[in-house]
Structure formats: C-alpha cells, structure tokens
Design a protein around this ligand. Structure first.
Ligand code: GLN
Length: 200
C-alpha cells in the first residue's frame, strides 16, 4: 500500500489524512526532508499560501520539496496547496515563493469579496457519477495553463462547455483543485490521487 505524506507546516492537515486513509492509503506528516524522503506522494493542504511559503523556508524544506516534485514525486494541492504548486502566482506577496510543479498561472483570492466562499456542484473529468460538491474558501483560480496541463473542472459561466473558470487541473502525476474535497466527505478526488500515486 502507498504511503502519502501531508505537508504539515500549516493548514488542514488532519482532514486530508482522514480522506486519504479512508481510501486505503497510509499517511504521514511531512515537516522535514527526511519525512519527505519516506513518502510515495505528497498532499499540500489548504491554508494560507504566503505563510506556507515562509514556513517552507524556516523548516529548510523549500528546496527538498521543489527538487522532489521536479524529480517526479506525485503531488496534490487543494486551495493554498494549488497556489504552492503553481509556476506563477498573481496577487500574492512579493516574497511568496511557489514550487512550479504545474505549468500554470494562478490568481490568489480570485473570486473576490462578494463570493469569498461558496459551494457548488461540478463535473470533474474522470470522475463518474454525481457531480462533485466543491467548497471554495477564499480560493484561487487558474488563469493560464501550459500545453501539458489537463483541465479537470471549470465553474461554468453560462457560455458553453469550454468556457468558465478553471478550478481543477492535472499535469502528469500532479493535481490541484481550487476547492476543498477534504471537507465534504466525498472521497473521489483523493481516490483519484491515490490511484495516480499507485500508478507512478
Ligand atoms: N486564500 C488562501 C491563500 O492565499 C487560500 C485559502 C484556502 O486554502 N482555503 O493561500
């Protein structure tokens, strides 16, 4: 069985561990380079991306994590985790760093004050059955994806299938969602990531 680490510097670590364990993975917290070396995949939780960026520096974990991702360690990030995995972040602090594991530009806190936080049902590519309940909490959106990035879900804007705001993506063994499946009890996004890790 696979062993999946959850980056545990800040954010909703416990919810991700519970979801991963519910779909049959073993989990571990990651706070050091040695922790990181012992996992088959990593989840970067929701939380606050500029704080996470700072703490990665404080814990001497930025470079090891960056290098592990560049070396093909599977990763999944929700919300702040999506921001951390991006190659470019808009509307963040000038000193905030991101890990560049997905070729995409993400805008932080993008949905704005009126709809700061909201829930909706989304079609997600590769996830059959009922739509996925998506919880957005001061969420980012994806403004640009590179050619190697598959769009998994959009929040529709009424202008047809290929329109709408990109909120879930995958590039190879790396996935990211603007929303928080770890708080809904719907395990399908975590199951999909565990399948990615098993196949990697
Ligand atoms: N707004 C947060 C950030 O900038 C993300 C919020 C979240 O993870 N729910 O990192």
């Amino acid at each position: 069985t696979v062993r999946i680490g959850v980056l545990a510097l800040q954010g909703d670590v416990r919810e991700h561990r519970q979801a991963l364990e519910a779909v049959g993975a073993r989990t571990a917290v990651v706070r050091t380079a040695a922790d990181l070396a012992a996992v088959d995949g990593i989840v970067i939780p929701g939380g606050e991306s500029t704080t996470m960026s700072r703490l990665l520096g404080v814990f001497d974990l930025f470079d090891p994590l960056h290098d592990a991702l560049a070396g093909g360690l599977p990763a999944y990030g929700s919300c702040a985790g999506m921001i951390m995995l991006a190659s470019e972040v808009l509307d963040t602090r000038p000193d905030a760093r991101c890990l560049g594991a997905i070729d995409m530009t993400v805008r932080r806190n993008a949905f704005g004050r009126q709809v700061d936080s909201f829930e909706t049902d989304l079609e997600v590519a590769g996830i059959d059955g009922d739509p996925v309940r998506a919880v957005f909490i001061r969420a980012p959106w994806v403004e640009r994806v590179g050619p190697g990035v598959q769009v998994l879900a959009r929040v529709p804007d009424g202008a047809g299938e290929s329109a709408g705001t990109v909120v879930a993506v995958q590039q190879g063994v790396t996935m990211a969602t603007s929303f928080h499946p770890e708080v809904t009890g719907d395990l399908r996004i975590h199951r999909r990531f565990v399948d990615v890790v098993r196949g990697a």
